[in-house]
Design a protein around this ligand. Structure first.
Ligand code: ADP
Length: 448
């Protein structure tokens, strides 16, 4: 027990002893010791009950506590209660100030913020931007089911996914159809979710301007390039023997520029689409074409192997998938020194999906470069890529084409040993193969 409490106790007990002693003396004087003592004890008891009642009342009525005056255990209790009450009030005020500051910050955010009860999926709070972007009205929409209030948005399935909900990247704003929103669901505690909606209209517009610009520039470059290319082709080397090296370089560069423009146009076309026309693709003839292309590009410098083990065809856009696979195969030949092997394999995957893998025994790619390979114009070695005629857009095109087929590209590589670029398709893309409709047997496809 702290010393001041011990002193308070001592004083209280001293007062009790003094009262009892005084009662005894008075009792002796008037010859009624028992009665006076009992009266005194009763008085002490009543006084203690009165103080206890005061404490209980003070605790329930929540009035401001008067600090105890004087000494003794009850006054000490008063002082302690006064102190803890003052501290608690100060803490509560600080917490309230903090809460108000957080609310004010959330309210002032340019993004719409809605606090949703996870269990009932009802709206608990929202800020001003939620009114502007999502059309929520205060206080009408408080406690309303969120998916019902934000009806035009496809929220019901999204909310059901909860923690695993992928952001909705582009949705029309319920408050204004011209605005485009990006929606995220952030579970921030066991009981609450934060629905954050950001206005991305400006960003999407800029992205569209960028896409249009690239597409227009590429388109405008096409005609002058064709003219230059045509004239260069018309110039006979025999007429200008001393210009021959220059003419050859000019032809090579104009060819490269034409390829660049074609690739940029392909990318713009792919970017502007949400889906592609889908048809059954006979994979055996496609594999045979890939083999021919690889052999033509390799000019006999590599061993080309094609393994057709899937026994199924693919559902997709034949033109775009051919271009994507062709990019992978040509890259494999391009980045494999003479004498190496390029192997194309079509196989089934464990879950029923299909994979087209292109393996080479080439230069390989350092691990740090792999995540960035599908970015436009990203090259591991610009000089090697340029020397071999690459545009730096091939893998970007592959990624877009696969994305439009809900497929993904995997890349594994070891420097000095080679790489595997594989396109993985879901089971819904696998079609039973109809033998005889131009389909080759695995043996025929494997033939050198
Ligand atoms: P590029 O036209 O330059 O080949 P891509 O987009 O097709 O452009 O490829 C990007 C880069 O990835 C290439 O410059 C090259 O460095 C690397 N790369 C692609 N395929 C392979 C491969 N099979 N082996 C090694 N490096 C590769």
């Amino acid at each position: 027990m702290p010393p001041h409490l011990r002193a308070a106790w001592r004083r209280t007990l001293t007062v009790l002893v003094l009262v009892l002693a005084a009662a005894t003396v008075t009792g002796l004087v008037i010859g009624q010791v028992g009665a006076v003592l009992a009266l005194a004890a009763l008085g002490v008891l009543v006084w203690h009950y009165w103080r206890l009642r005061r404490v209980l009342l003070g605790l329930t009525v929540r009035q401001r506590w008067e600090p105890g005056r004087g000494h003794g255990a009850w006054n000490e209790l008063d002082r302690l209660l006064h102190r803890s009450q003052t501290e608690m009030r100060a803490r509560k005020r600080r917490l309230l100030d903090m809460l108000r500051a957080y609310r004010a910050a959330a309210a002032a955010l340019p993004d719409a913020v809605v606090v949703v009860d996870r269990n009932t999926q009802r709206i608990l709070w929202f800020n001003k931007a939620a009114t502007d972007l999502l059309g929520l009205v205060h206080p009408r929409d408080l406690n309303a089911p969120v998916s019902e209030r934000l009806q035009p948005l496809p929220l019901a399935r999204w909310l059901a996914a909860g923690r695993n909900a992928e952001p909705i990247l582009d949705a029309p704003a319920p408050a204004d159809e011209r605005l485009r929103l990006n929606l995220r669901l952030i579970p921030y505690s066991e009981d609450y979710w934060l629905l954050v909606a950001r206005d991305v209209s400006k960003l999407l517009r800029l992205e569209q301007v960028r896409r249009d610009f690239v597409a227009n520039v590429s388109h405008e470059l096409r005609t002058p390039l064709t003219v230059v290319h045509g004239y260069l082709d018309m110039l006979e080397p025999a007429d200008f023997p001393e210009w021959e090296p220059m003419l050859a370089e000019m032809r090579r560069q104009s060819q490269r520029m034409t390829q660049l423009v074609e690739d940029l146009l392909t990318l713009s076309r792919l970017e502007s689409r949400d889906s592609l026309p889908e048809d059954p693709i006979a994979m055996a003839p496609l594999l045979a074409t890939l083999r021919r292309e690889a052999e033509a590009f390799s000019q006999g410098r590599h061993r080309i192997e094609v393994h057709d083990e899937a026994g199924c065809d693919l559902l997709g856009s034949s033109k775009e998938l051919h271009s994507a696979f062709s990019n992978l195969v040509i890259n494999a030949v391009r980045y494999t020194p003479a004498g190496g092997t390029v192997e194309v394999r079509l196989a089934r995957e464990a879950g029923g999906g299909v994979v087209l893998a292109v393996r080479d025994t080439g230069y390989g790619i350092p691990e740090s470069h792999i995540p960035r390979l599908t970015e436009r114009f990203y090259r591991v070695s610009s000089s090697r890529s340029r020397e071999s005629g690459g545009t730096g857009l091939g893998l970007s095109i592959v990624k877009h084409v696969l994305g439009l087929h809900q497929a993904r590209l995997s890349i594994e590589s070891t420097v000095g040993q080679g790489s595997v670029f594989a396109a993985h398709f879901g089971p819904e893309r696998a079609l039973p193969r109809h033998e005889g409709e131009g389909a080759a047997t695995p043996a025929a496809a494997d033939a050198p």
